[in-house]
Ligand binder design. Structure first.
Ligand SMILES: [Zn+2]
Length: 248
């Protein structure tokens, strides 16, 4: 267990994830130009790149033009800190080395899909590229992963065709990558939880009249939430399900 080190790494990583969330949909490089204020364009000093502290110190405003900086920057940093801490608690060293980048990528996907209803291909490719490490570490078997990929990709491809674009191509690719990562056995609860949670939120939004029935609601964020839940508690969930359904 890395404890506070995992949390600190998460904060620092979250700061970079903010840049990715902001720039990737615009097809801009995440490395250059260096971080700057989106309003006045002034380059940020090193002290202003310190996660959380700099935000609080500047009371959420740019130091030169005074424009308000979205509270979400702070939230993404803290969220990443907590996610890394949780993964450290669940998987420990050295498995955190591949679980942390996997979820860092999913956090970026979560926010980009929420904002722009797209899932950039290169992020999905990054998820798939991390997969062989999990295979080598013996966390998932090759046949299970291959079956997960085919199951997820096939099922969501069908849904995309049947729903005539209600389920987008980005979702199909994301589920395919998740299938590869989790294998078919744990992909099933990921899909189930994502639909359950998406349905529940959809009903609430419709009841509050925020969304109409036909409005497109991005599905990627639910897949990300479900994936996190399954990574943390998937085995308990499956065992619980098998027990209450009398299968074991
Ligand atoms: Zn500014």
């Amino acid at each position: 267990m890395l404890g506070p080190a995992a949390f600190t790494c998460g904060l620092l990583c979250g700061s970079f994830l903010n840049v990715c969330i902001y720039r990737l949909p615009k097809k801009a490089s995440v490395i250059s130009p260096p971080s700057h204020c989106p309003a006045c364009g002034r380059r940020l000093r090193v002290a202003e790149l310190v996660p959380v502290v700099s935000y609080l110190w500047q009371r959420g405003r740019c130091r030169s033009c005074g424009v308000a900086i979205s509270l979400r920057y702070l939230l993404v940093e803290i969220l990443t800190g907590f996610v890394f801490t949780a993964l450290d608690w669940r998987f420990g060293w050295p498995a955190i080395l591949w679980h942390a980048p996997f979820f860092a990528t999913l956090i970026v996907i979560f926010f980009i899909d929420l904002d722009c209803q797209v899932i950039p291909n290169r992020l999905v490719l990054l998820l798939a590229a991390l997969m062989p490490v999990r295979l080598l570490a013996g966390e998932v078997l090759f046949l299970q992963a291959a079956a997960g990929m085919l199951l997820g990709g096939g099922l969501f491809y069908m849904l995309a065709v049947l729903s005539r674009g209600g389920m987008g191509g980005g979702d199909v690719k994301l589920v395919t990558a998740l299938g590869l990562w989790y294998g078919w056995k744990l992909l099933l609860p990921v899909i189930f939880l994502a639909f359950f949670c998406g349905g529940a939120v959809g009903l609430v939004l419709m009841a509050l009249k925020v969304k109409k029935r036909k409005d497109a609601i991005p599905f990627g964020p639910y897949l990300v939430l479900a994936a996190f839940f399954v990574s943390m508690w998937g085995e308990q969930l499956v065992n619980w399900y098998l027990r209450i359904s009398g299968l074991i």
